[in-house]
Ligand binder design. Structure first.
Ligand code: NAG
Ligand code: NAG
Ligand code: NAG
Ligand code: NAG
Ligand code: NAG
Ligand code: NAG
Ligand code: NAG
Ligand code: NAG
Ligand code: NAG
Ligand code: NAG
Ligand code: NAG
Ligand code: NAG
Length: 772
């Protein structure tokens, strides 16, 4: 406080000195009272933020560093003066690393001549938008986007009748404060604005005042993510000069009013992610200057209007996630400027129309609709197409490879989940392929044969053919080529043998749920045993679960020559086979192993304490085998410092649960706050899943949060009491010791496990009181 007062007095003296000096012959153009107002503005802020904003990682330029009283303020970075009078008329401090608060008495508001003010990308956290902005009557440019300012937009803004541009994006509610109010349980992480309760919206939001219609000169209005509710005021239709209108990510509701369709200069229109309902406003298609139109993520119904030929400048049309029905108009693909067409997640039906004239479309997403029938052959004339998604429809028929390869610019292709659709190779097209293709998804369709025509594409990285009707073996001939392939998903087919696995640098190989038989094939880099199948050098995920592989895991599993010591395998999934014997000790050479599933086999071994030395091991699943004996801590190898999930249930373990086991479980002790939102183990193409037992029932988690933690020792023969060290695991979420022979009291120290969401100690011999 004393400091503040002192600063105030000093500030008073310096500004009076400066005003004295203004009577001297001018050496500076800048007016002294404006110079001191700027310096005072600077002195109340700190310059520390290195990124422009939380979302966009553009580095900040610390423009205010150049501001000091000895130089002319008109020469300072970000300051613009009027050359005649020396008034400060422009302040561009976008992304200047500023943090601090913006109070209503800030000296900023004394700069009455300001015409342009850009404070975007700075951090005025916890400040309400001061209504004093309404004093800056000369403003024609005001950009407050991404400033972390909060509170309602003050109605005084509508006094700024000269405004040409108003950008308030993200102003009311930043994502961090949102994440604090969205309740989520670890089983359901669908976090989105749409799931916030009505009570939340009515408490934290407000309607857009119709006084916005006063801003008659506005050309650009950006209200993206300002959390407005209610209907849009018809006064918006008075903004007749407007060219850019973005009201996306609010909770505007009701029918979209007709008032907009007179705004003939509109070029950019974004109404996405709101609560609009009623019929799709077909008059939007009368706005012939539009280059960008987005109504996605609303509840709009009806069909697409037939007459769309006026939209000759439209480059992007986004209507996804609505309730639109009717056919996909062939005319859409003929719009002369259209590049991006997003109609996914609607109720579009019927077959796709014939395309009369194929134009410049690069991206077509029609996924998650009810589109039926064959894909018209004219569709394959869209030569420029680079991204095509037709997944999750009712398409049928057979795609011939010689048609498909006409789309020679295709980089990403997805036809998955059309269970009547197949793909066959034309006999006369020996050497043709999709030269640019990177991802090819044809999962859950009716494919009968391995699409070997793709083998000549050097850029193909991801091939997903899971859940089809591919029978028999993959021959050596079919597996040749595939130079760039790193992810191959052949799971849920009927493959019995693979003479050779396609690709040389495979990263993820998913063969679960097939009919592979015989002994477990040797793993990657088992160089002692030359193997056609696993002569792969970069395998990261090997999933052979739910096959009929039997016998023991080869003793040499994971042995390799020294120069190749970097075995990268991160996930090894052998769940649900018929493997016997013990876990080969050579597995400890898999230095990077993160996830090891061996559940539901017939392994007859003692606890593999030596896996505790693997520094990255996060998931260890040994459930439903024939493990037995006491857990022992030979040579203090119990480290398991990264372990987050350990499943030992349904085995024959005996003896005490060693307290040492819990001492080193570092990742069950640190509370992880995942600021970037939910992250899952695995990655884009392979998601680790796990079964956990709660209240005696098995739940399958299809995705595992990286912050999820489980100890499941249920259904064994453990005895003794529960060690007090368990209480130290303060980020443990699920603990199951049920169906053992544990005895003694429950220690109060267990109450320290603050993150615990499920605790099962049932069917033991535990006694006494349950501690408070
Ligand atoms: C801003 O800083 C000046 C000193 O430079 C001080 O007198 C004034 O009280 C501060 N204002 C706010 C709003 O903190
Ligand atoms: C800044 O951006 C970098 C990436 O460019 C990111 O790693 C870092 O987390 C960001 N920092 C903040 C504070 O957002
Ligand atoms: C506002 O400023 C930010 C940062 O400089 C910029 O990215 C954004 O485009 C500006 N808004 C408008 C509507 O020009
Ligand atoms: C933001 O500041 C940078 C650097 O001074 C400038 O080049 C850019 O034009 C500014 N952006 C806006 C939207 O004013
Ligand atoms: C400005 O307002 C803040 C908060 O109301 C107050 O703490 C500060 O002393 C004020 N500064 C001046 C110069 O009035
Ligand atoms: C998760 O939330 C979504 C959206 O609210 C809902 O549709 C889904 O049924 C929920 N899933 C579970 C397992 O509760
Ligand atoms: C969304 O709109 C419906 C009417 O279509 C309304 O009942 C509901 O309350 C609105 N939701 C919110 C969060 O405003
Ligand atoms: C909008 O225009 C109409 C008719 O031109 C007028 O009656 C109405 O008052 C205007 N509204 C605003 C908020 O300017
Ligand atoms: C919309 O455009 C169509 C054809 O271009 C025209 O017939 C119709 O009158 C227009 N509607 C309005 C309200 O301007
Ligand atoms: C296919 O390519 C091979 C090798 O490049 C060539 O020998 C053969 O003649 C080609 N076949 C046809 C039908 O073009
Ligand atoms: C496990 O293996 C041992 C021999 O190593 C054998 O005596 C025992 O019967 C086996 N147990 C089971 C359950 O197969
Ligand atoms: C313990 O370490 C010693 C010496 O390193 C080694 O000989 C012995 O085999 C180890 N015992 C176990 C059970 O791993």
């Amino acid at each position: 406080m004393l400091y503040l007062i002192l600063c105030f007095i000093l500030g008073f003296f310096s500004s009076s000195l400066l005003s004295l000096s203004s009577s001297l012959p001018p050496t500076h153009l800048c007016r002294p009272e404006q110079s001191s107002a700027l310096l005072q503005f600077k002195s109340n802020l700190s310059l520390s933020i290195s990124n422009c904003s939380q979302e966009v990682h553009i580095f900040s330029i610390h423009k205010m560093d150049s501001w000091d009283e000895d130089t002319d303020c008109c020469k300072w970075e970000g300051v613009m003066c009027d050359n005649r009078k020396g008034n400060v008329i422009g302040l561009d401090l976008n992304c200047s690393g500023i943090s601090g608060s913006l109070q209503s008495n800030s000296s900023l508001f004394s700069l009455q001549n300001l015409r342009s003010l850009n404070l975007a990308g700075n951090c005025f956290r916890n400040s309400k938008i001061p209504s004093e902005f309404g004093k800056l009557r000369s403003l024609n440019y005001l950009n407050l986007s991404d400033t972390a300012l909060t509170g309602f937009v003050p109605h005084e803004i509508s006094l700024l009748s000269e405004l040409v541009l108003l950008d308030l994006e993200n102003i009311v509610l930043d994502r961090m404060s949102l994440s604090l109010v969205v309740p989520y349980s670890f089983l359901n992480l669908t976090v989105s604005l749409k799931h916030l309760s009505l009570a939340y919206w009515t408490r934290f939001s407000k309607g857009l005042p119709s006084s916005i219609g006063n801003l008659k000169h506005l050309k650009t209005l950006n209200l993206d993510s300002c959390v407005f509710i209610g209907s849009i005021p018809s006064a918006l239709g008075n903004l007749t000069k407007i060219t850019f209108l973005d009201i996306s990510s609010n909770m505007f509701q009701g029918q979209i009013r007709d008032v907009f369709w007179n705004l003939n200069d509109l070029s950019f229109l974004d109404f996405s992610s709101n609560n609009f309902s009623g019929l799709f406003p077909s008059l939007a298609f009368n706005l012939t200057s539009l280059t960008f139109m987005d109504f996605s993520s609303n509840f709009l119904q009806g069909t697409l209007p037939n007459n769309i030929s006026g939209l000759s400048y439209l480059r992007e049309l986004h209507l996804y996630a609505n309730l639109l029905n009717g056919r996909v108009l062939g005319r859409l693909f003929s719009l002369p400027s259209l590049k991006y067409l997003n109609l996914d997640f609607n109720k579009l039906n019927g077959p796709i129309d014939t395309i009369q004239e194929a134009n410049l479309v690069q991206l077509v997403d029609l996924s998650k609709n009810e589109i039926q029938g064959k894909i018209p052959s004219s569709f394959f004339d869209l030569m420029i197409l680079t991204i095509l998604d037709l997944s999750s429809n009712n398409l049928s028929g057979n795609i011939k490879s010689c048609m498909l390869v006409k789309l020679k610019n295709l980089r990403s292709h997805n036809h998955s989940f059309n269970n009547l659709l197949s793909l066959t190779r034309c006999s006369n097209d020996v050497n043709s392929t999709l030269p640019m293709i990177i991802e090819f998804h044809f999962s859950s369709c009716n494919m009968q044969c391995f699409p070997s025509f793709l083998n000549a594409s050097k850029s193909l990285q991801v091939l997903d053919l899971s859940n089809n009707q591919i029978h028999g073996s993959i021959t050596k001939w079919e597996a040749e080529g595939w130079e760039g392939l790193d992810t191959l998903n052949l799971s849920m087919n009927f493959i019995t043998t693979a003479e050779q696995i396609p690709g040389k640098h495979m990263f993820i190989l998913d063969l679960r749920f097939n009919s592979l038989q015989g002994p477990l094939p040797p793993p990657p880099q088992a160089l002692q045993i030359p193997s056609k199948i696993f002569n792969l050098s970069f395998l990261f995920v090997l999933d052979l679960s739910t096959n009929k592989l039997g016998r023991t895991i080869p003793y040499c599993f994971g042995t390799f020559s020294d120069q190749l010591s970097a075995v990268v395998l991160g996930t090894l999934n052998l769940n649900g086979n018929q493997l016997e014997g013990s876990i080969p000790p050579s597995l400890k050479n898999y230095h990077n192993l993160e996830v090891f599933y061996l559940g539901n086999n017939n392994i007859n071994d003692t606890f593999p304490y030596w896996l505790g030395t693997l520094p990255h091991l996060q998931v260890l699943v040994l459930r439903s085998n024939r493990f037995h004996g006491e857990m022992q801590n030979f040579n203090g190898t119990f480290s398991f410092s990264s372990l987050q999930m350990i499943h030992l249930s349904r085995n024959g373990f005996t003896g005490h649960i060693l307290p040492e086991l819990f001492e080193n479980l570092k990742s069950m002790k640190d509370i992880l706050v995942d600021k970037s939102g939910p992250n899952y183990m695995g990655g884009n193409y392979y998601q680790d899943s796990v079964i956990i037992t709660m209240k005696g029932l098995d739940f399958k988690l299809e995705r595992i949060l990286t912050s999820f933690t489980v100890i499941d020792f249920s259904s064994n023969h453990f005895k003794g009491s529960i060690a007090k060290e368990v209480g130290e695991l303060n980020s443990l979420i699920v603990l199951n010791f049920s169906h053992n022979s544990l005895a003694g009291n429950i220690l109060p120290s267990l109450g320290k496990m603050a993150a615990l969401e499920s605790l099962d100690l049932s069917s033991n011999k535990i006694q006494g009181k349950i501690p408070m």
